[in-house]
Design a protein around this ligand. Structure first.
Ligand SMILES: Cc1cc2nc3c(=O)[nH]c(=O)nc-3n(C[C@H](O)[C@H](O)[C@H](O)COP(=O)(O)OP(=O)(O)OC[C@H]3O[C@@H](n4cnc5c(N)ncnc54)[C@H](O)[C@@H]3O)c2cc1C
Length: 172
């Protein structure tokens, strides 16, 4: 089950993966700065090829720590989640959260070509809003765009349990 426990379902259907990508809105971008971890939340846009290859676009200011790290070490890790719903129980260990989530590793590629930057910004806005936006070249020039080329990813769903075994004897 590729790292999943019995209470979690691995999601492999394209429609399930697209649901997460269309819904999460925020990704957590994990970087490694000379062995020191750094995680930064960001909005993203995505493109998925017919054979399931995933590309995520992020944008922001042209300077900053995350860009400095990615220039030195382009290996990245991403996580995003959606459909978060807390559930309760009669004892503490039956409390929890249902969710859908996606994690993947890949490589950061800086996008410098103005045409591709405009495309990336349109993709980002489509993912974030569902709307079509176009961008001018001057606007594209003043932001940094990074394409996260995801080599491998997994997605999972933790549903709300009907009943769960619990070893705890806590009460409330
Ligand atoms: C929901 C959400 C969505 C976001 N979307 C985007 C986006 O699409 N594009 C984008 O560029 N930024 C986005 N941000 C902001 C982003 O998380 C960073 O704050 C920003 O990109 C600057 O990152 P940096 O590595 O360049 O930090 P720098 O500006 O270089 O700052 C360096 C230091 O500031 C502190 N710092 C930086 N960011 C944060 C933070 N978020 N919270 C607390 N401390 C921080 C850290 O200590 C860091 O070491 C988003 C933030 C949130 C919460």
């Amino acid at each position: 089950m590729n790292g999943m426990t019995r209470r979690e379902l691995q999601l492999t259907d394209r429609a399930d993966i697209l649901h997460i990508l269309n819904t999460a809105q925020i990704l957590h971008l994990g970087l490694c700065d000379d062995g020191e971890p750094y995680v930064v939340p960001m909005n993203y846009g995505y493109e998925m090829t017919d054979d399931g290859r995933l590309f995520l676009y992020v944008h922001g200011a042209v300077q900053g720590k995350k860009l400095d790290i990615m220039r030195k070490n382009p290996r990245i890790f991403v996580e995003m989640e959606c459909d978060i719903a807390p559930f309760t129980g009669d004892v503490a260990c039956r409390y929890g959260m249902s969710y859908r989530s996606l994690m993947g590793r890949g490589t950061a590629v800086f996008v410098d070509d103005p045409q591709e930057k405009m495309h990336a910004l349109s993709v980002l806005m489509k993912t974030q809003t569902g709307e079509d936006f176009t961008f001018t070249e001057p606007l594209a020039r003043i932001v940094a765009i990074v394409r996260l080329e995801i080599d491998e990813y997994t997605a999972k769903h933790r549903p709300t349990p009907k009943t769960r075994p619990c070893s705890s004897d806590s009460t409330h």
